[in-house]
Design a protein around this ligand. Sequence first.
Ligand code: HEC
Length: 124
Amino acid sequence: MKLRIPPMRAFSALALAASCAIAGQVHAQAAGAAPAGNAPVGNVQNARDKVSMCIGCHGIPGYKASFPEIYHVPMIAGQNAKYIEAALNEYKKGARSHPTMDAIAGSLSDQDIADLAAYYANLK
Ligand code: HEC
């Protein structure tokens, strides 16, 4: 069986890479200006209540989501926390689009995103 991989995926990966670089710069500046910062700090323990939303799709190697069409689900365990955070913020703000991830990210607060990013970054 051949899997359909949306052509947008390649493009969104590029867009993500570009915006990651930008987000990285902004973060570096923010950290330099205010060490205490306003950005939420990810809490791995708190994320444990929230990952139930994610484990149905992420975390199973090679798993494919089958709704609304077949998508490859990217591996996020062990990814850089900033990368995960940036991706979730992009879905939330519409810079990146995917039917299920848009809905999920839209329901997450900045604190949720920071917690989940910390959690997945620490998963090996
Ligand atoms: C219904 C299945 C599903 C659920 C539930 C789900 N995801 Fe996803 N997720 C996907 C798919 C499919 C993609 C790839 C979408 C794309 O190509 O843009 C994705 C992409 C991502 C990405 C970007 C990864 C990358 O390398 O580009 C992150 C980060 C992410 N999800 C985090 C989460 C988190 C955190 C949760 C729980 C709050 C979650 N996802 C819940 C299916 C799901």
